[in-house]
Design a protein around this ligand. Structure first.
Ligand code: TMP
Length: 215
């Protein structure tokens, strides 16, 4: 399929508190201004059933959550999302901007929980095959900065309840994946001022709209 007919698939990644929502808005504004249709979505979630899986994964349930169950749930949510939202949108020429995708599984379930990367790769191949983001924007900041910005939530979910060393492993895994896939990743230093980060997102948007990243 030619570039004219297919939308671009762009994902945002990062630990909590790095400003994903705000910067997703900046990117979406720039893409819409250029005249493209955009779907903004998130994982886990993005469809009614996938959002129900998100609740299961994030909430403190009545029974222990084995790491493998957590991994399979995020991939079950992803299978729904890919089939029912992402692929149809891309096929219709709509751009898809997604708050988290499989790199979150690699960072959180892989780096954070210690699930072997090959198990995650096998699921990724099974669930999304050749669907790889055209561009992944990793918003990176020290864990302390992210935690401070995220603030202390009154009712933290299962992930937000994790300690600093968990998020250190998540961050390190993100940086490792980004270094291994420079053709797909842009790492943005999100510890800078909001204006500086916004400026870089606008530069990325300009480059993206002028010249596709992955072609
Ligand atoms: P957030 O999008 O509001 O940050 O919350 C989603 C949480 O789910 C976040 O803590 C990361 C976690 N997550 C995983 O552990 N694995 C995944 O594959 C995805 C998409 C999210």
């Amino acid at each position: 399929m030619s570039d004219m007919e297919t939308g671009k698939f762009i994902t945002f990644e990062g630990i909590e508190g790095v400003g994903k929502s705000t910067n997703i808005r900046h990117l979406v504004n720039a893409i819409e201004k250029a005249g493209h249709a955009v779907v903004t979505t998130r994982e886990p979630g993005g469809t009614p059933m996938a959002e129900r899986i998100r609740e299961l994964v994030a909430e403190h349930g009545d029974e222990p959550m084995p790491d493998i169950a957590e991994l399979l749930l995020v991939f079950a949510s992803r299978a729904l999302h890919i089939n029912n939202v992402i692929r149809p949108a891309l096929a219709a020429g709509t751009w898809v901007i997604c708050d988290r995708f499989t790199d979150s599984s690699r960072a959180y379930q892989g780096g954070g929980r210690g699930v072997p990367p090959e198990n995650i790769d096998r699921l990724a191949e099974w669930v999304h095959g050749d669907l790889v983001p055209d561009l992944t924007i990793l918003l990176d900041a020290p864990v302390e900065t992210g935690m401070e910005r995220a603030g202390r939530r009154s009712d933290p979910d299962r992930f937000e309840s994790e300690q600093s060393d968990f998020f250190q492993r998540v961050r390190a895994t993100y940086l490792k994946i980004a270094a291994e896939h420079p053709e797909r990743f842009v790492v943005v230093d999100a510890a800078r001022s909001l204006d500086a980060v916004k400026g870089e997102i606008e530069d990325i948007a300009a480059a993206l709209l002028g010249k596709p990243y992955n072609q």
